[in-house]
Design a protein around this ligand. Structure first.
Ligand SMILES: Cc1ncc(COP(=O)(O)O)c(C=O)c1O
Length: 426
């Protein structure tokens, strides 16, 4: 929805253009539907007035978008951190080829989903001995983040009486340009620097472990096909050199991920067609280098973010010196990312709507410029700043789109002691 000057009120007969980033959900008679249900219906199901609702069909469609555009040779892993809600993990289990986890808790989720352990990888700096031992015992692949972690893995493997399955995470010299978060190139806590890794490979044949391959993850939240294509070109070239330097043939190369989703006005969905075409060309060019080796792309938000909304209710409406506030019962304690405090440099509004007053062709809608805030006593608790929305009153539903990733588990839920948020997959 467009931004308008504070206090401005406009009347419009709907048939208003649907915000491009809000087109994935159906609506009926002015009600937004998630999985076919209105927010009031979901509220009755849950007996809650604040919740995250995820639409399973939209998750499935995102997997299909990936499968249609990318070569079948490229496997798809889901990064559980994006949304570890158990029904979401279970829904994705048969749709993807593996899971990437970032903690022991996520690893146990992944294992209990029934995913084969050889298709689960565990990445992240600072893994404790307990986490490493658990992964070694299970046979989960450890993405090794440093030379000293590798030494600990060897020792713990012997103590556990199991052969550790490892992939060396490499911090390449190149970076993934135009990423929301850069995780490679330069000094990084992630992975072993490209300049060091060849020396490690020279010794690895004598180590008590099985080297499965490599993990080259450069960044996240990227909407630029050109930047991803360039990173894939560098990644294939580096991976070919790494494979050639291995004492025996590895069986896995994780090419990273980083496919973004549009959050803000003016952003466009990532065009996967050129990314797929480029990968096809790279597969041909490096056919012999990678024959028999599994190639993986690992994605989190791309698969789940567009499938989720955060819904809360307007509790109070007030005007302060010309600004109309919708004070809601949900806020940054449930949805830190939407408040702009999870990596944004300048806060921008996620797409929002009044979920029980969706403009539709048979209605005339009066719009009003409002700022929607949460119940926390901090100026950071902003749900949407100066947005034009259908005129709302207490009891109406404020909905934040693009909320299926990095929601409840990426938010400070205990802050100020408000109730934790509920989730549902429909
Ligand atoms: C190693 C690794 N894999 C996957 C992801 C998921 O990123 P995204 O949700 O942007 O796809 C991240 C994000 O930080 C990561 O660090």
């Amino acid at each position: 929805m467009s931004t308008a000057a504070a206090g401005e009120m406009t009347s419009a007969t709907a048939q208003l253009p649907q915000h491009e980033l809000m087109s994935q959900f159906a609506q009926h008679n002015g009600q937004l539907l998630v999985g076919g249900f209105s927010l009031s219906a979901i509220s009755r199901m849950l007996n809650k007035t604040v919740f995250y609702a995820y639409d399973r069909n939209i998750i499935t469609q995102q997997v299909q978008r990936f499968r249609q555009a990318l070569p079948a040779r490229i496997k798809l892993h889901y990064a559980v951190k994006a949304n570890p809600y158990w029904p979401v993990v279970q829904h994705l289990k048969p749709l993807v080829d593996g899971f990437d986890v970032a903690s022991q808790k996520e690893m146990l989720l992944a294992v209990q989903s029934g995913m084969a352990v050889q298709d689960i990888s565990f990445a992240g700096p600072g893994k404790t001995d307990a986490e490493l031992s658990a992964a070694i015992t299970l046979g989960v692949t450890l993405n090794v983040e440093s030379v000293s972690e590798l030494a600990r893995i060897c020792r713990l493997g012997q103590e556990c009486g199991s052969t550790p399955q490892v992939a060396l995470r490499v911090n390449p010299a190149f970076e993934l340009k135009a990423s929301g978060m850069k995780m490679a190139g330069g000094a990084k806590p992630f992975g072993i620097d490209e300049e060091q890794v060849f020396a490690v490979l020279a010794d690895i044949g004598a180590m008590p472990l099985r080297l499965r391959g490599f993990h080259i993850f450069c960044g996240s939240q990227n909407l630029k096909a050109d930047a991803l294509i360039e990173a894939h070109q560098h990644t294939f070239a580096l991976a070919a050199k790494l494979v050639a330097a291995c004492p025996y043939r590895p069986d896995l190369i994780n090419l990273g991920g980083g496919f973004g989703i549009p959050y803000f006005a003016g952003e466009k969905r990532l065009d996967l067609t050129p990314v797929g075409q480029s990968l096809n060309a790279l597969l041909q060019r490096y056919h012999d280098d990678f024959s028999g080796i599994e190639l993986v792309i690992e994605l989190g938000r791309f698969l789940v973010a567009e499938a989720g909304v955060y819904a809360c209710q307007v509790v109070d409406k007030k005007v302060s010196r010309g600004t109309t506030y919708l004070v809601c019962n949900g806020g940054l304690h449930h949805h830190l990312a939407n408040s702009g405090n999870f990596g944004q440099v300048i806060r921008k509004n996620y797409p929002v709507a009044i979920g029980n007053k969706m403009p539709h062709s048979n209605s005339s809608t009066t719009f009003e410029t409002v700022t929607a805030v949460g119940p926390l006593c901090t100026p950071l608790d902003i749900l949407a700043d100066k947005v034009s929305l259908p005129q709302a009153e207490p009891g109406d539903w404020l909905v934040v789109y693009q909320s299926g990733a990095y929601g409840p588990t990426a938010s400070p839920q205990d802050f100020l002691g408000h109730a934790a948020v509920t989730e549902i997959l429909l």
